[in-house]
Design a binder for this molecule. Structure first.
Ligand code: GAR
Length: 192
């Protein structure tokens, strides 16, 4: 199965997914990186592993969603993994990839999800609310931010005196340890 990773940022999850499917991904290969802006860390990782990258800006996603659909057909994409992709995926694409598109979110959804809730903003809100627990969620994607069916969640404690940086690091470790594996399980189910 051909996987496309969508990423907008540093791409540490993208890198873990690329590595997993290079080393032990029996059910798929990463065939494409899609970004919504240029100059991302994710592109650097893709280049290093000879994975093609394409940029589709948010305006194009909004006004001409067919461009993204065409791109996915051109690369023969079967499955999409969002890894810190900040733009909303057009409904045309979420419908076509229903059950074949997943996202990782750095909280225990439905808590701290929705439009504008991403990255540091999520961790800051968790800390500001004095939560004692947070975690990660992998879910299927539909046309509403952070709304699709939950596939996997993992919890972590928020320690006394936890800082933004220390919490980010905990969440990142949890994501890297689980997201590539959960993607592979989703691919296996699709192949039965
Ligand atoms: C990850 O923590 C991911 O959960 C989050 O963005 C980060 C990307 O980090 N995604 C969201 O907040 C989606 N709403 P990375 O670029 O290092 O993989």
């Amino acid at each position: 199965m051909n996987i496309a990773i969508f990423a907008s940022g540093g791409g540490s999850n993208a890198l873990e997914i690329i590595r997993r499917f290079r080393e032990k991904g029996e059910n798929g290969r990463v065939a494409l990186l899609v970004t919504d802006r240029t100059g991302t860390g994710a592109e650097v990782h893709a280049r290093k592993y000879d994975i093609p990258s394409e940029t589709v800006p948010p305006k194009t996603l909004r006004e001409n969603p067919g461009e993204l659909s065409d791109l996915l057909v051109r690369y023969g994409i079967d499955f999409i993994a969002l890894a810190g992709f900040l733009a909303l995926i057009p409904a045309e694409v979420t419908r076509k990839f229903s059950g074949r598109m997943v996202n990782i979110h750095p909280s225990l959804l439905p808590d701290y999800g929705g439009k504008g809730m991403y990255g540091d903003r999520v961790h800051r809100a968790v800390l500001a609310d004095g939560q004692r627990k947070t975690g990660i969620t992998v879910h299927y994607v539909n046309e509403i931010y952070d709304d699709g069916e939950v596939i996997f969640q993992a919890e972590t404690d928020v320690a006394e005196g936890e800082t933004l940086e220390s919490l980010k690091e905990k969440i990142r470790r949890l994501e890297h340890a689980n997201y590539p594996r959960v993607i592979e399980e989703c691919l296996k189910k699709l192949q039965i």
